[in-house]
Design a protein. Sequence first.
Length: 87
Amino acid sequence: MEVHFAPDTEAQLNQFAASKGKAAAQVVEETVARMLERQAQFIEGVNRGIAAADRGDLIDHEEVVSRIGRLFTRDAYSLDDGSRRPA
């Protein structure tokens, strides 16, 4: 398979790949593989949600808002290593 990029995009890709010590083709292959994996996970999540809804296993709007709020609060104060950001 051949993929063509705009010259600016190709230059950025080559620069990024070089900074990682990889060939541009390897970076593209790894990136596409991750994208496809995440897409499959998303579709599986949607299918689980549809199955739950079909069973009547639903939560109300207020609970959705609360759960999303907790996710954003947790993510806003967490570092990549799992420790907490200083207040």
